[in-house]
Design a protein around this ligand. Structure first.
Ligand SMILES: C[S@@+](CC[C@H](N)C(=O)[O-])C[C@H]1O[C@@H](n2cnc3c(N)ncnc32)[C@H](O)[C@@H]1O
Length: 527
């Protein structure tokens, strides 16, 4: 498969492994329209910080669990002076680039820089996607051709689902030779077969609904007549059909056959699903009831009438905040609603790691209100407006603004906290024992530690796949795995993994009793 090369690539392809693991510090919860110190545990989260570190921080709880990722990263248009900086010259980004790519980073073109920024983030996003999940990426012509190649490389060419065209403008642009009216939304699925099976159909729009009528007071409701003939020649679909009302005989039109074989036609006829026109003299047609239509299959053409345009999204923000331009590039809520509708079921989690003005959360709250769903959102935003715009918009959407009714819901706001390890791999006690325990359990089992009441000693982490895990750690004391410690353990398992500072058990004893000793901090896995 052809791949893309750029300056700095070799420094960033495995960079996700070097990103320090930082814990998430809970700042406040927002519930019932009020802010408090209490964690809502609603599953809805906003994280303020660089998404590279924030995505890593999400791994213990969410690896392989996110159903839908939508991202709208900087397009790298070269424009300066926007509310956020779109040409990867942001000082925070430059600092990061210098630390990862080194001095070489100073000579990179803006395309090299953009690719360096995107690559490790996409690698981490992939780790978070569930087996039946999909990622949706907005982009315009500035980087879309390069984006497609790295998406192929990271997710797999065979995971490509579609490139949707979103019509962002509806008026002509006289200043350009050919006016730019669209953007792309690339879709890749972890497993295209699973994505296909559970893809949700779109509700019929007003235009499609108009086609269904109930002209004859049919108790089954509105219906429409569709053609019963198909192009081609299939001998067993070439029979004669007789109108029951007039006795008029029909054969398929020139170059066509009927859509079904004769026995299937009779079944439809008996079920009153064949229509010969008002007077019984028209070519047979098939009746399709509105109640039997699940919706329409999505396609790659997303016109502004169906999903909104950029003017609509700016006006929406102005309605919420009551000011002129506080954020320049919001997406229309209807656009993200469509993505969530196709990609998610009612209880799924949607992640947006370039949150901006939180349109994704707005779309999730709208859909939940409409269908009583329980979809959850996780948003990451690095700029300081994470609080004043990203979180504030969600609060206003929940409470209601102007004439718009509140959508209910709650969320928790987090800052990126301390790193788990300080220099020379020493555990950072400042993060607290609870977070250290969660980290260790996750590195061992790849599952989240849910602290439940149990009857074992305080060092017990949990049992997973017939292995019991213990983390014998005290900040002020050296801990030892010995027979006294074993006497305090109560959980029966096929194998025991025990972390401590020292071990006084013999190798033979441990082998015989299926005990594995792991030294703190040496044997704690970094990921
Ligand atoms: C195009 S805007 C997203 C707009 C959003 N879809 C909306 O509807 O409002 C991109 C956002 O990503 C944020 N961003 C850029 N790099 C980031 C990073 N490394 N970590 C977190 N956020 C980042 C920018 O600050 C900006 O707010």
């Amino acid at each position: 498969m052809p791949t893309l090369h750029w300056i700095g690539k070799e420094k960033v392809i495995n960079h996700h492994l070097d990103v320090p693991f930082k814990v998430l510090e809970h700042s406040y919860g927002f519930d019932n329209g009020k802010q408090s110190d209490k964690e809502t545990n609603s599953g809805n989260k906003i994280i303020h910080g660089d998404n590279l570190e924030a995505l890593k921080a999400l791994l213990p709880e969410y690896e392989g669990k996110i159903k839908c990722i939508y991202i709208d990263p900087p397009y790298n248009t070269g424009n300066e002076g926007w509310v956020y900086n779109d040409n990867v010259n942001d000082p925070k980004f430059k600092k990061w680039l210098h630390s990862v790519v080194g001095k070489e980073g100073e000579d990179l073109s803006r395309h090299d820089k953009w690719l360096c920024m995107m690559y490790p983030r996409l690698v981490l996003l992939k780790k978070l996607l569930s087996d039946d999940g999909s990622i949706w990426v907005s982009m315009d012509d500035s980087e879309s051709h390069r984006l497609r190649i790295i998406l192929d490389e990271i997710f797999g060419e065979n995971k490509f689902i579609a490139c949707n065209i979103w019509q962002k403008r509806y008026s002509r642009e006289n200043r350009q030779a050919i006016g730019d009216t669209h953007e792309f939304i690339y879709v890749y699925a972890m497993n295209p077969d699973k994505f296909k099976i559970q893809r949700n159909k779109l509700p019929l729009g007003a235009k499609q609904l108009k086609v269904y009528k109930n002209l004859n007071n049919d108790p089954n409701g509105a219906w429409r007549a569709t053609s019963f003939s198909a192009q081609g020649f299939r001998p067993n679909q070439m029979y004669e059909i007789v109108s029951p009302k007039t006795g008029k005989k029909f054969t398929p039109p020139e170059g066509s056959c009927w859509k079904k074989i004769e026995s299937e036609y009779f079944k439809l006829f008996e079920d009153n699903l064949i229509y010969f026109g008002k007077d019984g003299n028209a070519m047979p047609q098939r009746i399709q009831y509105l109640k039997d239509i699940e919706g329409i299959a999505p396609w790659t053409w997303w016109p502004h009438e169906e999903v909104g345009h950029t003017d609509e999204s700016r006006k929406e923000i102005q309605k919420i905040f009551g000011s002129q331009t506080i954020f320049d590039t919001p997406k229309p809520v209807r656009l993200i609603e469509r993505i969530v509708h196709i990609a998610c079921n009612k209880g799924d989690t949607i992640l947006d790691s370039f949150a901006g003005s939180s349109t994704t959360a707005h779309a999730v709250l709208n859909l939940n209100k409409q269908d009583n769903g329980n979809r959850k959102f996780i948003l990451i935003e690095m700029e300081d407006y994470a609080e004043t715009i990203s979180a504030e918009r969600i609060k206003r959407v929940i409470k209601g603004y102007g004439e718009t009714e509140g959508k209910d819901g709650s969320f928790d706001y987090y800052e990126l906290g301390q790193p788990m390890f300080i220099e020379e791999g020493v555990l950072n006690e400042a993060v607290g024992l609870e977070k250290i325990r969660q980290y260790v359990f996750y590195t061992e089992t790849k599952t989240a530690l849910i602290e439940l009441k149990h009857k074992d000693n305080d060092t017990f982490l949990g049992k997973h796949n017939q292995t019991a895990y213990y983390f014998n750690y005290e900040s002020e004391k050296v801990t030892t795995l010995n027979h006294d410690f074993l006497a305090t353990m109560k959980t029966k398992a096929e194998q025991y993994v025990i972390y401590a500072d020292n071990c006084l058990l013999t190798k033979d004893y441990m082998t015989k009793n299926h005990i594995i000793f792991k030294k703190i901090p040496r044997d704690i896995t970094r990921f």
